[in-house]
Write a protein that binds this ligand. Structure first.
Ligand code: FAD
Ligand code: FES
Length: 314
């Protein structure tokens, strides 16, 4: 994966909408100020931003899940990283206007506060950060795979590829523990069976997998993709896998891609204190020569890495 210098900055963004998608998943739409728009117009899927949520107040107690009522009151000192599920650039003579969409899952004090953001509020963003998925030249098949909250950058990639490479065959595999934990709306299609509405909107076929079999394929999303690969014969020299999700899923995807000789890029997740390469909290062990490894920074050299280079200790 080639390193590139990312132009980043701190900007204000205005909230356009903030809606619950299902269960504990929400979708936040922001529009960047004119200066921020100039920096964010070249964002690629897999990149991310850091949100400052320290000044955002708690929502009504009734909205806070019971298991998070205690942690909700924790002070928020650090910014929180989020990927994009979509980025829309509208060019104009005065400069671009950039709208970004973030899908988030309620997990702790910062994401609880995000629930109370409403139209017209402003939030402070730092970005764009990191190095996103790189799109190989002249390839034909993109296999997208995501687990749980790894889905937003994969949805962004699906839309991006559809817009920029309309001839490409794109197929997605989205997994979660159970139906409740799928971060998208499920729809029944007469011909295709269960599909994900957000992927239908960008015209990318979706395969659903749940660990407990409550929706779609009964089992891990990587097994779902393995079955598909066994049935389809795709040429690995013009195909690639793009993955985002929990580390165990990424490790399984890396092994699966290797079994089918497919190049694979994985978007890694780490706890990130600064997001800009200063604190060293986000190390990812990577392979250098035959039996050497080195640590790279997930926020700066990643979060997307070549799967073959990552040392998975899972
Ligand atoms: C590059 C990147 C992109 C991300 N994109 C998204 C996104 O699009 N949508 C989304 O909902 N979340 C995303 N996350 C995760 C998001 O940053 C965390 O959910 C958020 O920081 C939680 O903040 P909190 O204060 O609500 O909860 P916290 O109290 O900070 O965390 C709640 C729990 O989640 C765990 N956790 C938090 N962050 C991480 C992490 N990075 N890796 C592993 N475990 C973690 C904590 O250990 C804790 O158990 C992303 C993280 C990274 C590094
Ligand atoms: S988050 Fe600080 S160096 Fe990566």
């Amino acid at each position: 994966m080639k390193d590139r210098v990312v132009q980043k900055g701190v900007f204000q963004a205005e909230v356009l909408s903030n809606q619950q998608i299902r269960h504990c998943y929400y979708r936040l739409n922001l529009i960047l100020d004119p200066q921020g728009s100039r920096f964010f117009e070249t964002v690629t899927p897999g990149q991310f931003l850091q949100l400052d949520l320290s000044g955002v107040s708690l929502p009504n107690q009734k909205l806070i899940p019971d298991n998070l009522k205690d942690s909700a009151n924790r002070q928020i000192i650090l910014r929180r990283p989020f990927s994009f599920s979509d980025v829309v650039v509208t060019p104009s003579l005065e400069g671009p206007s950039v709208k970004i969409e973030i899908m988030y899952c309620i997990l702790g004090p910062a994401t609880i506060r995000m629930m109370s953001l409403k139209k017209g509020d402003t939030v402070n963003v730092l970005g764009p950060l990191g190095s996103g998925f790189s799109i190989p030249q002249n390839f034909q098949n993109a296999l997208l795979i995501a687990g749980g909250m790894g889905s937003p950058p994969i949805l962004h990639l699906a839309g991006h590829l559809k817009r920029h490479c309309p001839e490409m065959n794109i197929v997605s595999f989205i997994g979660a523990k159970d139906c409740e934990n799928l971060p998208f709306a499920i729809k029944i299609d007469n011909l295709k069976g269960l599909v994900l509405e957000e992927f239908e909107l960008v015209r990318v076929p979706s395969h659903i997998a749940t660990d407990d079999g409550s929706a779609g394929f009964d089992g891990y999303v990587t097994d779902c993709m393995r079955h598909w690969l066994e049935k389809e014969s795709i040429d690995p020299s013009v195909s690639a896998v793009f993955a985002c999700g929990p580390e165990a899923m990424l490790a399984a995807t890396a092994r699966l891609a290797k079994d089918f000789s497919l190049p694979c890029q994985v978007s890694m997740e780490r706890m990130m204190a600064c997001g800009i390469g200063l604190c060293q909290s986000c190390a990812v062990e990577t392979k250098t020569a035959a039996d050497h490894t080195e640590y790279q920074l997930c926020c700066k050299n990643g979060p997307v890495f070549d799967a073959e280079k990552v040392v998975f200790r899972i």
